[in-house]
Design a protein around this ligand. Structure first.
Ligand code: IPD
Ligand code: CA
Ligand code: CA
Length: 249
C-alpha cells in the first residue's frame, strides 16, 4: 500500500507525466499506474510469490493458489492526471472466492481504509461505521459514470436524473474505491454505479460490509465484483434505493 502510495506522490502534479489511452478517449493510463503496479507486485512477491494476482494494467497473473490479490494501482486516474487529490491505491484479497481483506490508501488525504472479513472496518486505525440515514429523499449519494456511455433502460443518466429532479444530492468523485470507503465512513449514505470492474470495487465493498452497510447488484442479489453493477448503502436505505434505480418511484 505504502509502496503504491509513494509512487502516486512522486508523480503527482508532474507536468511531464506520460499518458496513453485505453478504450474510450478519456480512459487513461499513466506511467504512474504502471509504476504503482510494479511497486505493489514487488512487495507482494517478496512474501507471497505463489499467489494469484489480478491487476488492472497487467491483467491476470495466474497461479495455482487459493489466494487472489485484486489490485487497482491508481483508482481515479483522471483525477490523478489533473492534479485532483481524489485518487487511491486499492487492494483486495480473495481466499477461495471470498473477499477476506480490503485496503484503500489515499496518500494525499493521508487516509488508509482497512477491513478484514469479520473484523470491522477502520480509517487510520479508528473504527468506522456507515451512516444512520433511513430515507433516500434526505440522503447524500455518490455515483460514477463509465468512460463509454451505456445506452440501456435505467442507464446512468436516467438514474441520475431521477435523483436530481427530486433535489437529492448525488456527488461524483471519480474514484469508485473512494466512493465505497466514504460510504463505509458514513460520509455518503449510498453509492451506485452501472459498470465497474473487480479491481474498482474488490477492497471497497468489503469495507462497506464491515462498516455495517449492505452491497448488492441493482436487483438486491448478493454482490460479486465480477459483474458490473454495484449498489452500496448504509443498509437502511438499500431497498428503497433499489426502487429508485429500477424506476419504480
Ligand atoms: C474509474 C473510477 C471511476 C469510475 C470508473 C472507473 P480508474 O477507475 O473508479 O470512479 O466511474 O468506472 O473505471 O480508471 O480511475 O481506475
Ligand atoms: Ca479503477
Ligand atoms: Ca486504475
Amino acid at each position: 500500500m505504502e509502496a503504491g502510495g509513494r509512487v502516486l506522490q512522486h508523480f503527482f502534479n508532474n507536468k511531464n507525466l506520460q499518458i496513453s489511452h485505453k478504450d474510450g478517449i478519456n480512459n487513461l493510463v499513466t506511467e504512474a499506474d504502471h509504476a504503482s503496479e510494479k511497486a505493489i507486485f514487488d512487495t507482494i512477491r517478496e512474501s507471497f510469490p505463489d499467489h494469484f494476482i489480478l491487476s488492472e494494467e497487467a491483467g491476470e497473473i495466474i497461479m495455482d493458489s487459493e489466494y487472489k490479490w485484486i489490485i487497482d494501482p491508481i483508482d481515479g486516474t483522471i483525477n490523478f492526471a489533473h492534479g485532483i487529490p481524489i485518487c487511491c491505491v486499492s487492494i483486495g484479497i480473495e481466499h477461495k472466492g471470498e473477499m477476506i481483506m480490503g485496503a484503500v490508501y489515499n496518500p494525499f488525504l493521508k487516509e488508509f481504509f482497512f477491513a478484514e472479513k469479520g473484523g470491522g472496518a477502520y480509517l487510520n486505525e479508528e473504527k468506522i461505521h456507515v451512516s444512520k440515514q433511513n430515507e433516500v429523499i434526505k440522503a447524500c449519494l455518490v455515483t460514477g459514470f463509465p468512460y463509454t456511455y451505456i445506452d440501456m433502460p435505467n442507464g446512468p443518466l436516467e438514474c441520475f436524473e431521477r435523483f436530481i429532479r427530486k433535489g437529492i444530492p448525488v456527488r461524483r468523485l471519480g474514484s469508485a474505491a473512494m466512493d465505497l470507503c466514504w460510504v463505509a465512513a458514513g460520509r455518503f449514505d449510498g453509492f451506485y454505479e452501472h459498470k465497474l470492474n473487480a479491481w474498482d470495487s474488490a477492497a471497497g465493498f468489503l469495507l462497506v460490509e464491515e462498516a455495517g452497510g449492505k452491497v448488492t447488484d441493482f436487483n438486491g442479489n448478493k454482490y460479486s465484483p465480477y459483474q458490473p453493477q454495484i449498489l452500496a448503502t448504509n443498509g437502511n436505505i438499500h431497498d428503497e434505493m433499489i426502487t429508485w434505480i429500477q424506476g419504480q418511484q
